[in-house]
Design a protein around this ligand. Structure first.
Ligand code: ADP
Length: 597
């Protein structure tokens, strides 16, 4: 019992967190719903005195509402006739319709407002989150949360609003029945309550199934996204059938769950109607036995009970849907909270000012789930205008050094200084603007070359763009295309060669005038010719930009002013390529001779 109570409390809390800010809209909606319910029940009750006008042999209507209507006419100095009563009923229903229309409009408006706002917040929290958190996210999950989960959650709001309207009507019709016969009202209440209570286990089952469904949809989205991204490898390995097989498992599971949800819903709907019918017959017997049989009262009460059962049916259907929708809302809120909790921190206030050196000072770093340090006491410096190469075996920690420079991670110990100041003192926006980053992964938008070079920045002018393209050795190629800078590059740049793509990325980075350029295996995946073109481009930057290039191709770093050799997270050599080549025991000497002989 107490777990049920706390479950309900959690749900309430969930609703409050999600929809709390729409409190005034919900209050107004509730008011309008009750107004509409009240007007409807008065309108229906007015049929009783209407009948008394029509058939003179009826027993006079003695219920409260009929008398109240009569009094209303009296105090309003209106003639109480059949016509005026008819007009009164029509007016009641018109006002009721207007109230209901407003309530429904309000519900829709709140729902779409919630949907838009949540999408905005969720995407913005995601983009603002820190890299360690983002790097752990599965592809496809965000898609799913942003589209499906938010869609389902906003439906929840629609169903809550609809439930408020249903509840208001239930109360109004309940009062109508009380007005005619409190015994019947009591019986209806007991029976209605019993029906809902009996169906409760089915509602809970529905929530369980929906939780499972929300989870499977996310896994499916992840599976589809992952394999679409890697489609070339899937095809080349000829494993389409295996990928499909796994997808089919998800499809099957979803099918089974959908069938179960539908069966649960139908079972409850089918049960309620006959119960209602039996009840109406019982009421007829009850009325018939009464001394004064007022036919109009009987007709109205049967109509009302019928309506109450229809409302209960709708309520149970709403409860089903709400229970089914809750896991989606929980997932949206959980995602939002997590992303918010991992918001990228930026305590920097200073501008980017670089005159002398970028230094690593005894930097120690390890990843979250790793016990071992990835960087041990790493100390080195880059002088302004220098071109430095960072080499070392795979897994040595080179990319980690780059990620620390990009401030995607922070040192666990030690510090990184720019002209003697901790780099975290610099505003993140300034920092990232001044550090150009090119990696092996090429990220191009399915858009024109121009928009790929501008990459969301309005600061990049046409001249900037052309200049950067020239520096990146890609200008002549772009000009040779029929549409020049307006050429669309295709999904992930599929219409260009690897070398062309990489030079466009280089142009993108250079168009932002970075002061430090970090190249993480930027040429590793390219052919020799493309590498030479990029190499030339980078050499053209000598003295203008400080460059740190990671490369396993020694030709890329041979012309560097300085080489830093990293092995197992430690710097083992540092010096100019010529100096290192003099030492026959050096890593550089060994690798250089191995590659060139
Ligand atoms: P390199 O660029 O020299 O090949 P990395 O800096 O990529 O080396 O990786 C250094 C070590 O850190 C490797 O052992 C790698 O497995 C580990 N590593 C890299 N990224 C992560 C991560 N996100 N979480 C845990 N370990 C990581």
């Amino acid at each position: 019992m107490s777990t049920k109570f706390s479950e309900n409390l959690t749900r309430l809390n969930l609703f409050r967190r999600a929809f709390g800010e729409y409190k005034s809209e919900i209050i107004l909606l509730t008011f309008l719903s009750f107004l509409s319910g009240f007007l409807e029940s008065v309108g229906i009750s007015a049929i009783i005195p209407l009948f008394s006008f029509v058939s003179k042999d009826q027993a006079p209507s003695s219920d409260f509402i009929s008398r109240a209507i009569e009094k209303f006419f009296f105090y309003a100095h209106l003639e109480y006739t059949l016509t005026s009563l008819l007009i009164f009923i029509i007016l009641l229903f018109l006002v009721k319709a207007a109230a209901l229309f407003l309530a429904t409009y309000l519900a829709t408006r709140t729902t779409v407002a919630f949907e838009t706002k949540t999408r905005n917040e969720l995407f913005s929290e995601t983009l603002k989150a820190d890299w360690p958190y983002l790097s752990e996210q599965k592809v496809g999950y965000l898609d799913q949360v942003l589209t499906n989960d938010i869609d389902q959650s906003s439906k929840l709001l629609t169903y809550i609003s609809s439930s408020i309207i249903v509840l208001a009507n239930l109360i109004a019709y309940g009062l109508l029945v009380v007005n005619i016969s409190w015994v019947v009202a009591l019986l209806t209440l007991i029976l209605g309550g019993a029906v809902l209570l009996a169906l409760k286990p089915l509602f809970n089952k529905n929530t369980e199934i929906s939780e499972e469904k929300s989870r499977i949809y996310k896994e499916l989205a992840h599976h589809a996204n992952e394999n679409v991204l890697g489609m070339k490898f899937v095809k080349s390995a000829f494993v389409e059938e295996r990928v499909l097989e796994k997808s089919r498992e998800y499809f099957e599971k979803i099918k089974k769950l959908n069938l179960r949800v539908s069966a649960l819903r139908n079972a409850t709907t089918v049960l309620i109607q006959p119960i209602g019918l039996i009840f109406v017959i019982t009421i007829f017997a009850f009325f018939y036995k009464m001394t004064v049989f007022n036919f109009a009262s009987f007709a109205v009460i049967v109509y009302a009970i019928n309506k109450i059962f229809a409302l209960i049916q709708q309520a149970q259907s709403n409860i089903h849907t709400i229970n089914g929708q809750i896991p989606y809302l929980a997932s949206v809120l959980k995602y939002k909270n997590e992303a918010k909790k991992h918001e990228e921190r930026d305590l920097g206030t200073a501008s980017f000012y670089f005159q002398n050196k970028l230094e690593f000072n005894n930097v120690i770093f390890f990843y979250k789930y790793r016990e071992q340090n990835v960087l041990w006491d790493v100390t080195f410096s880059l002088t302004k205008g220098e071109m430095a190469g960072l080499i070392g075996p795979s897994g040595a920690g080179k990319t980690t050094v780059v990620d620390l420079i990009l401030r995607l991670y922070s040192p666990r110990n030690g510090e990184i200084l720019l002209d003697g100041k901790n780099i975290t003192d610099v505003r993140m926006a300034d920092w990232r603007k001044n550090i150009g980053y090119v990696s092996q992964d090429i990220f191009l938008l399915n858009d024109t070359i121009e928009n790929n070079i501008k990459f969301y920045s309005d600061d990049v002018t046409k001249d900037n763009m052309a200049h950067a393209a020239k520096m990146a050795n890609i200008y002549d190629f772009i000009e040779s295309l029929p549409n020049k800078f307006d050429t669309v590059v295709g999904e992930r740049g599929i219409l260009l060669s690897g070398g062309q793509r990489q030079r466009i990325i280089l142009a993108r980075v250079l168009a932002r005038h970075p002061q430090i350029l970090v190249l993480d295996e930027a040429t590793s995946a390219l052919d020799d010719e493309s590498e030479i073109l990029i190499q030339k481009a980078i050499e053209g930057l000598r003295g203008k930009i400080t460059v740190l290039a990671i490369a396993h191709r020694l030709s890329t770093v041979k012309a560097s002013d300085k080489l830093i050799v990293l092995d197992e997270g430690k710097i083992i050599e540092e010096g100019s390529p010529e100096e290192l080549l003099k030492n026959k025991d050096s890593y550089f000497f060994k690798v250089y001779n191995l590659r060139t002989t």
